[in-house]
Design a protein around this ligand. Structure first.
Ligand code: TRP
Length: 451
């Protein structure tokens, strides 16, 4: 504990590092499929409202806890109040559940990168291509193993700084490329229906499940409610404004997610007629739609390749940061060497990741509460554990350490314009809403009570 922490140089360094870890598959692949599934415009609207209220308050709270204590999640909660260290433990469990299935999806991205590199765009644009791929027993496993081995090697040899530098440099390229693809998609014949679906909220599609899905996505995409932002905060310099850094991370993260939706959702209308079935595809949406978009484009093979390479890098920086987090938690707890820790984490990840892969192939008959394994891991972490951790964090800040203690931390480096919003959200609105939404939507999932 006594050792000195390195810190980010200035605000830009902090924002880039936090946004670099936050932008990943959550934005590019998860956001569009949820938006398509949960009513388009209404999902987008709910998401944005949550981002500027809940998301803002929670991110400020987590960064401030980290900077105030100079510790990562478990230590931070413990140092503020011994009895509440359990929140840190609970938060620390979440990256452990996410990493394996995140890597399985990372493997899919690698597969698509290779498909585009080999010029097989026409094949990838066929209807059954993705389904055929994930339901085969061996291929997804091979790609998953390649992806997780690569992640583990980078973490093991400590070269993540190099990878992060490359990807920071490539981030603007990803934005420009996404803009280009989004504009192209909008002008495809029949795309306007999709644009309307995505931008105009249809209030009849509003439900508690929509709010829970948007909330889980917000936490996932911004890496909230799992201790990550506490760790980032612990490396933040004392003179950087927490409030404006938070605003910038949120704008960046939401901007990329919005663009990804713009690329994918109009495509669903163009190529599959926007049927509820096509919109509700879930995790496979991006992989089913984008190859069709690229196939229809002159030079789509190269644009597609460039796009998947970028997505691969964005995913890789996120999984490196996830693995790094898990390894450091385990190192701290078990007091064993870093190499051994990497090995443990790698083995655990391979086991859980294989379960995720097989859930789509040889074990596809086996379902938990109607979900395949990967969807189940995703549901448990995003829709159950993160809301619970977010609720506990709000209660902890609101009633144990009191919002004022964090407001002081924020104000030590500048003004805190939205401190009223922060206090009201943390003390009342967020915890009450989280509990109500969590309960009603769990009842819904288990089919006990339909709202
Ligand atoms: N936010 C990342 C994404 O959008 C995913 C993620 C979740 C993550 N938890 C994380 C990334 C922890 C880094 C560290 O894809």
């Amino acid at each position: 504990m006594g050792e000195k922490r390195g810190s980010f140089t200035g605000k830009l360094g902090f924002v880039l590092a936090a946004a670099g870890s936050a932008v990943g598959l959550g934005n590019i692949y998860r956001f569009p499929y949820l938006a398509a599934k949960y009513g388009g415009g209404i999902f987008l609207l709910v998401y944005i409202i949550l981002a500027v209220t809940f998301g803002f308050a929670l991110m400020v709270g987590e960064i401030a806890i980290g900077r105030k204590t100079g510790l990562s999640a478990i230590g931070a909660f413990r140092s503020l109040n011994k009895k509440y260290a359990f929140i840190g433990y609970l938060a620390a469990l979440i990256p452990m559940i996410i990493l394996p299935y995140y890597s399985a999806i990372g493997g899919w991205v690698m597969k698509y990168t290779s498909v585009f590199a080999l010029g097989q765009v026409g094949e990838a644009a066929q209807d059954g291509f993705f389904g055929g791929f994930i339901s085969s027993a061996a291929e997804p496993v091979v790609w998953f193993m390649l992806y997780i081995i690569l992640t583990a090697l980078i973490v093991l040899f400590g070269v993540e700084k190099g990878v992060e530098k490359v990807s920071k440099f490539l981030m603007p390229v990803l934005v420009i490329l996404s803009l280009f693809i989004a504009v192209y998609s909008i002008f495809l014949p029949g795309a306007m229906e999709g644009v309307k679906y995505y931008l105009l909220p249809d209030f009849s599609k509003f439900s508690a499940t929509t709010v829970l899905a948007a909330m889980g996505q917000l936490f996932y995409s911004m890496s909230l409610a799992m201790g990550i932002m506490i760790t980032y905060g612990s490396y933040m310099k004392k003179d950087v404004s927490i409030e404006s850094a938070t605003t910038q991370i949120e704008i960046f993260d939401t901007g990329i997610a919005f663009l990804a939706g713009m690329m994918i959702i109009p495509g669903v209308f163009v190529f599959s007629g926007g049927t509820p079935e096509a919109l509700g595809k879930g995790p496979s949406l991006m992989f089913a739609v984008l190859p069709k978009v690229f196939d229809s484009m002159i030079g789509g093979r190269f644009i597609g390749l460039a796009f998947f390479v970028m997505v691969f890098l964005a995913a890789l920086t996120s999984s490196i940061s996830l693995m790094e987090t898990v390894v450091s938690i385990i190192c701290d707890k078990l007091h064993v060497g870093r190499k051994i820790c990497c090995l443990y984490v790698f083995i655990g990840c391979v086991i859980l990741g294989l379960i995720s892969c097989f859930g789509y192939s040889i074990w596809s008959e086996f379902k938990i509460i109607g979900m395949q394994m990967l969807d189940f891991f995703d549901f448990v972490s995003n829709s159950v554990m993160m809301p619970v951790v977010a609720f506990l964090t709000c209660v902890f800040i609101g009633y144990v350490i009191k919002p004022q203690s964090l407001i002081d931390e924020v104000e030590s480096s500048g003004t805190f314009k939205r401190k009223k919003l922060f206090t009201v959200m943390i003390k009342y609105v967020a915890p009450i809403c989280i509990v109500l939404i969590l309960i009603s939507s769990l009842l819904d999932v288990f089919g006990i009570f339909k709202i």
